[in-house]
Design a protein around this ligand. Sequence first.
Ligand code: ADP
Length: 148
Amino acid sequence: MHLLFPGSFDPPHLGHLDLIRRASALGPVTVAVAIHPEKSGFLPVATRVDLLRAITADLPVTVTSYTGATVHFARQIGATTLIRGLRHGQDLEAERPLAVLNRSFGIDTVFLIADPAHVHLSSSTVRAVRAAGLPLQDLLPPAVAAVC
Ligand code: ADP
């Protein structure tokens, strides 16, 4: 089962890395940074891809980026299943309609429950902590903390 883990990863944090590690135990994983041309983002997409490659170097994972519909990209690379994380009920409510829609295009979604150690972690939290000048080392892999 070829898995596609799509996301913004802006920046990639320890919650993402935990999910990638767990997903890679299920099958080969492509981690793909979704490019939103209308949004500039915090880190450039190429930097996010480089960082994801660095922090997953020990895993059977391919990292890339894509534009357009996730289901199209999944088909293009031969992935049958998406990986998404669930931290709380709001994630489930946001993900459910997308998962139903993607399933109607033949792409299923596997949800992994966030590890309790990372359940409060999101990229927007990381950006807020950074903006407040607070330490990031408990939230980010060292390679990511080094550039944030
Ligand atoms: P998106 O903008 O597509 O939601 P994110 O980069 O915010 O992209 O998240 C990508 C995926 O990682 C989502 O499925 C999200 O639920 C999951 N995720 C984010 N933070 C965590 C975390 N702390 N633990 C587990 N999964 C997470």
